[in-house]
Design a protein around this ligand. Structure first.
Ligand code: ADP
Ligand code: NI
Length: 222
């Protein structure tokens, strides 16, 4: 399957090249194809919202340009890289500032109730990023992450802990199945847009079905 590149403006296609080049060494969960999926989802969600499509697309394409987890926790690298690139492309300052805000706040927990920046464009990109953690792709990404961290698939003796702090959660070496209860199954109630919610419901139902099968097969049933 090749990339869907219909209706792309010059600035967007330049941004695509820039992001591909920047993410050439990225790990599986945040590689170009994660960006590609978030970009496509963002365009689809944005079609039902009153938003500036160019800002949505730039935000989606640049949202993981430098994940601080892989840059010693420095949260300013991504926004700075994006700004430098957009300035080199003579993008107007208000657009640059909005895109930088999206990058800074997209993975902020809690969406629009955080007291930080919020805009409908951020809402779209955040929904798209969350949707890529759900459904078939979400399941694949979770086990890919668990494998990378050498985690067990599942351990009936280790129950999910819904009261962990963010710091405890990051350090926890819990089996990958726990991640579904601690994060993935909670996301459908945190969507910003109606299209996002609809897509999340469907992906959520698929994960529930997956878990049901998983426990049956664990006990040798079908
Ligand atoms: P984001 O895309 O917002 O940066 P993360 O970096 O936290 O999100 O996660 C990237 C992917 O890795 C997501 O699909 C997420 O579900 C998965 N992931 C993160 N933490 C875990 C975990 N503890 N166990 C399994 N999968 C995880
Ligand atoms: Ni992302």
């Amino acid at each position: 399957m090749s990339e869907n590149t219909t209706g792309i403006s010059p600035i967007i296609s330049k941004t695509v090249s820039f992001v591909k080049q920047e993410l050439a060494q990225a790990e599986g969960g945040h590689d170009w194809w994660h960006i590609y999926r978030v970009w496509q989802l963002s365009r689809r969600i944005a079609a039902g919202e009153k938003v500036d499509m160019q800002i949505v697309e730039l935000g989606a394409l640049l949202h993981d340009i430098a994940d601080s987890k892989f840059h010693g926790g420095d949260e300013s690298i991504g926004p700075r890289k994006a700004r430098t690139f957009l300035e080199s492309q003579k993008v107007p300052e208000p657009v640059i500032q909005h895109v930088v805000n999206i990058i800074e706040y997209v993975s902020f927990k809690g969406g629009h109730n955080t007291g930080g920046f919020y805009s409908p464009e951020l809402g779209v990109v955040q929904d798209a990023d969350r949707l890529d953690a759900l459904g078939a792709i979400g399941i694949a990404r979770a086990f890919n992450y668990g494998g990378f961290k050498n985690r067990a698939l599942y351990d009936p003796a280790i129950a999910p802990d819904l009261n962990m702090t963010r710091e405890q959660y990051k350090k926890s070496a819990a089996p990958t199945i726990n991640h579904f209860y601690e994060k993935l199954l909670l996301l459908k109630d945190r969507m910003n847009t109606s299209t996002g919610r609809e897509l999340a419901e469907e992906r959520h139902a698929f994960m529930e079905l997956f878990l049901e099968k998983f426990y049956k097969e664990w006990e040798g049933e079908n």
